[in-house]
Design a protein around this ligand. Structure first.
Ligand code: FNR
Length: 193
């Protein structure tokens, strides 16, 4: 059995270190995870004026989330919070009212920065947003990646063995978490009455 994972990269920069990290995560993930990027760079700035007639970009985002068994957010921290383009995408996915695409979608949050905090403050903001949106989140392990250029090749090859081991472990735990959430929401589960 394989699981479809939609991943969002929170940076629009061509040389994004978080895009590099996303490639590393995909390369080190268990074989039963199939990854598809959910692009965020083409979305207009969200306004609820759009709710009456969602544009194709907004519908495509919601369709891509619906088609995913789990989501993986790989994002930088901007000014101690969530980058605007990523928050905009989350706002698009959360609406129109009553059609929140993130509800019950198992989600992992990870990010890299050159500094020692490793996107911890962004991740904390993101957890508050995803909690409000009723998305179950992988709580442990946490993954705050300090990006050292020598540790990563441009295609996500991880040259530091300790970092590779940690990222492999993170993705194995993410895989198990997605499967736990899916099993718990399957028809006939003991909690369904
Ligand atoms: C940053 N950077 C940054 N880093 C950090 O650890 N905490 C922060 O709050 C910020 N704030 C911030 C704001 C803005 C507008 C920029 C452009 C940058 C530095 C940031 O981690 C660095 O530029 C990374 O390379 C960004 O990740 P991507 O875009 O390369 O994936």
């Amino acid at each position: 059995m394989s699981y479809r994972i939609g991943y969002l990269v929170g940076s629009l920069a061509k040389g994004s270190i978080n895009r590099t990290l996303s490639k590393a995560l995909i390369a080190l993930a268990p074989d039963d995870l199939e990854f598809t990027e959910i692009p965020i760079g083409n979305l207009p700035l969200y306004s609820w004026d759009y709710d009456a007639d969602y544009p194709p970009e907004g519908r495509a985002l919601k369709d891509a989330i619906a088609a995913s068994d789990g989501l993986l957010i790989v994002s930088p921290e901007y000014n101690r919070s969530i980058p605007g383009a990523l928050k905009n995408a989350i706002d698009w996915g959360s609406r129109p009212w009553g059609t929140n695409s993130f509800a019950r979608k198992p989600t992992g949050i990870i990010g890299a920065s050159p500094g020692g905090i490793g996107t911890a403050v962004m991740q904390s903001s993101m957890r508050a947003v995803l909690s409000f949106l009723d998305a179950p989140q992988l709580n442990a392990p946490e993954a705050y990646i300090t990006f050292r250029p020598d540790d990563f090749g441009p295609d996500g090859e991880v040259r530091n063995e300790g970092t590779a081991d940690f990222l492999r472990h993170y993705m194995a735990e993410y895989d198990a978490f997605v499967q736990r959430v899916l099993a718990a929401s399957a028809p006939g589960h003991i909690g369904d009455e």
